[in-house]
Design a protein around this ligand. Structure first.
Ligand code: ZN
Length: 160
């Protein structure tokens, strides 16, 4: 089978990790393509898919996907279960933009979303304490246990 570089379209050895002609990193390109597909799936009409994809994006922890999730959150703001899933995912992502979106969720009209935002912020605080080796206040123990149960090991590891 002939492999073509998706960047310069020169022939590349099938097992090559980088393009010998232009140096493109095939794994990085594949990773970017997969992320773009996930982001595109946030536009799917099927809400179960949107929720599933939001959770996958949260589990992947890529800060570059925050803006797409924030846009989706605005779009699905009137749908509490979708908005809550997106808030939960944003709570797992790093960066100020994700924190702001979660904090804004505290003022959402739906109690489902407000609860999820509260829990997400508690988890962020608890994981910071844990990273510093500090004792975690008992009221966050449940939240941490909940997070540990959500390691999302059942998510698909393969891309095809
Ligand atoms: Zn190339």
């Amino acid at each position: 089978m002939i492999a073509l570089c998706p960047t310069c379209w020169q022939v590349a050895p099938p097992a090559a990790e980088c393009c010998p002609a232009c140096g493109a990193d095939f794994a990085a390109l594949q990773e970017r393509e997969y992320t773009e597909k996930l982001i595109g799936a946030l536009d799917r009409p099927d809400r179960k898919t949107v929720i599933r994809v939001a959770r996958i994006l949260g589990a992947r922890g890529d800060e570059r996907t925050v803006s797409s999730l924030v846009r989706a959150l605005r779009r699905y703001s009137s749908e509490p279960y979708v908005a809550a899933a997106i808030i939960e995912s944003l709570g797992r992502l790093p960066g100020a933009a994700a924190r702001t979106a979660v904090r804004d969720g505290l003022g959402h009209e739906s109690v489902i979303v407000r609860e999820k935002a509260t829990l997400a912020l508690a988890l962020v605080a608890a994981s910071r304490w844990r990273q510093r080796g500090a004792l975690v206040p008992p009221r966050f123990a449940l939240a941490i246990a909940w997070q540990d149960g959500l390691e999302l090991s059942s998510l698909p590891a393969q891309r095809c």
